[in-house]
Design a binder for this molecule. Structure first.
Ligand SMILES: Cc1cc2nc3c(=O)[nH]c(=O)nc-3n(C[C@H](O)[C@H](O)[C@H](O)COP(=O)(O)OP(=O)(O)OC[C@H]3O[C@@H](n4cnc5c(N)ncnc54)[C@H](O)[C@@H]3O)c2cc1C
Length: 472
């Protein structure tokens, strides 16, 4: 019988059995599957969408890690502890320090394993820093798209003899025994519900940003915001874990973004802002320090008339942004306008000419050190004509709260003991972003997705091997 939360208390006959069942075929799920398959057990990945377009595929593919050989080769010597300190500073020391340090220590091994043993192409990113990053530490596909990262992960799973990926197969519930241990999942495939038994279940179905009811409960200020993530992220896996006694944390945490081209719906890299650009509103005026973080700044954008702002930057930043495939798409779509002078740009963008000119003059004075920035921005930089402008809005990207997990990504009960056989990662797990939008630190998303995915897959395989029983 399935209860309201999707928990099935019946371990009768299964239609199919696997050593490990992974719910969700995004970054966390695919990483978990490869790690488990490499550990010598059979894995079945269930993906709800027939043509997946998960958050990992939509992302910028930026994976943070301090202490990789790629970072060292670029001359950057940094410890995982320093990266953890950046994350903790950004979230006001709200995230669990042990969990934060654990993932930061895992990160360099994760990145090198992805490149060396999984076949993911990652380059070290050393031409711009995200807000609050004190060092260059991002690793991204050459195209700087999550689509390339996801495609490499998917190829590794479909090419592994011990792993199987089934798309168009949404898990509808978690099967548990009377002792409270996960035993499998129910899945709906081609209109039929099947029962799949598993020794270990890994929940990798992301968070609840596509579920307006859960948003209204946990992140009410985002309940009606423009959502830029995957449609599959409806939060059921978090509810199943809770129904089995799993504790949740940081349910009010989320990542928003201040720079999505409107109406084009294309991400405009925040590098154009952190490296010197500004945002103005319909009145041609700035409305905050853009560099505190794109997540919290998104709320300031949404508070402007019509929830709209304009990125204003120069040719140098335009050239930097051309390194991003989505920016090139925005250019092709006509979202990026160019003009020789500030008045011409204001006219092209439909903004008040004198106000934009005055705003740029004030910003230049701050960049030249002639006066402090009105919003306290510390790294104001000169913008030199010709200029560029893009009309943008703020958007919700994903939630960051979920099931509490231990260092091996096992789901924890309220009393701190693990729920037997149950793992979680990515958006299903409690993240490292503290509360609200402001604790999000660029890279926290993929760090918890791929990091917990690798840990969960490895631990599930280890536990099955040590169990002594033959894999399924
Ligand atoms: C535009 C954008 C840019 C971003 N850029 C970055 C970045 O550069 N760096 C970074 O660190 N983070 C970034 N993020 C955040 C990052 O994308 C996410 O945190 C991360 O991808 C989450 O991975 P995941 O595996 O948990 O979820 P996903 O990749 O979304 O995968 C979850 C999958 O589970 C499936 N699913 C859901 N429910 C079920 C079910 N019941 N049964 C079966 N399948 C199910 C979904 O359909 C989906 O395919 C970005 C996010 C967005 C939206």
């Amino acid at each position: 019988m399935t209860d309201d939360a999707g928990l099935v208390r019946d371990t009768g006959r299964f239609d199919l059995e696997a050593d490990v069942v992974v719910v969700g075929g995004g970054g966390c799920g695919l990483t978990a599957a490869i790690a488990a398959a490499q550990g010598g057990v059979d894995v079945l990945v269930l993906e709800k969408q027939a043509r997946p377009w998960c958050n990992t595929a939509r992302s910028g593919g930026m994976v943070p890690a301090a202490g990789t050989r790629f970072q060292r080769a670029a001359g950057v010597i940094e410890s995982p502890e320093a990266m953890a300190e950046d994350i903790l500073r950004k979230n006001g020391r709200a995230s669990d320090p042990e969990a934060t340090l654990n993932l930061c220590r895992v990160a360099p091994h994760l990145v090198e394993w992805l490149v060396d043993s999984v076949g993911v192409a990652l380059d070290f990113v050393h031409d711009f820093k995200y807000p609050a990053h004190t060092e260059f530490r991002m690793h991204a596909p050459p195209s700087r798209t999550g689509a390339a990262l996801w495609a490499d992960l998917r190829r590794a799973v479909t090419g592994h003899p011990r792993a199987e990926l089934v798309e168009g197969a949404g898990a509808t519930g978690l099967i548990a025994d009377e002792g409270g241990a996960a035993r499998g999942v129910t899945v709906e495939r081609a209109g039929r519900v099947e029962r799949i038994g598993a020794r270990k279940v890994i929940l990798a179905a992301n968070g609840f940003a596509a579920n307006r009811t859960m948003l209204a409960r946990y992140c009410p200020e985002m309940a009606s915001a423009y959502y830029f993530g995957g449609e599959g992220n409806t939060g059921e896996a978090i509810r199943w874990g809770q129904a089995l006694g799993g504790a949740v944390a940081f349910m009010d945490a989320y990542q928003a973004h201040a720079s999505v081209a409107a109406p084009h719906g294309i991400l405009i890299t925040y590098a154009v802002i952190t490296e010197g650009g500004i945002q103005v509103n319909r009145d041609g005026r700035r409305f905050g320090d853009e560099t505190t973080g794109y997540s919290e700044h998104a709320l300031r954008v949404l508070a402007q008339p019509e929830g709209i702002a304009w990125n204003v930057y120069d040719e140098r930043l335009h050239q930097l942004a051309l390194g991003f495939e989505d920016y090139r798409q925005a250019l092709d779509a006509g979202a990026v306008l160019a003009a020789a002078t500030a008045p011409d740009l204001a006219a092209a963008l439909g903004l008040p000419v004198r106000a934009v000119a005055a705003t740029l003059a004030e910003y230049r004075a701050a960049a030249d050190g002639r006066r402090p920035d009105a919003f306290g921005r510390r790294d104001c930089r000169r913008l030199e004509p010709p200029l560029r402008g893009v009309r943008v809005t703020g958007a919700l990207f994903h939630t960051q709260g979920g099931l509490q997990v231990d260092a091996a990504a096992r789901v924890l009960r309220v009393d701190g003991r693990p729920v037997p056989n149950l793992y979680a990662g990515g958006g299903v797990a409690a993240g490292l972003s503290g509360h609200g939008p402001g604790g999000y630190f660029s890279g926290n998303g993929l760090l918890t997705a791929l990091g917990y995915g690798m840990l969960a897959g490895r631990d599930a395989a280890r536990a099955i091997r040590e169990d002594g029983s033959e894999p399924a």
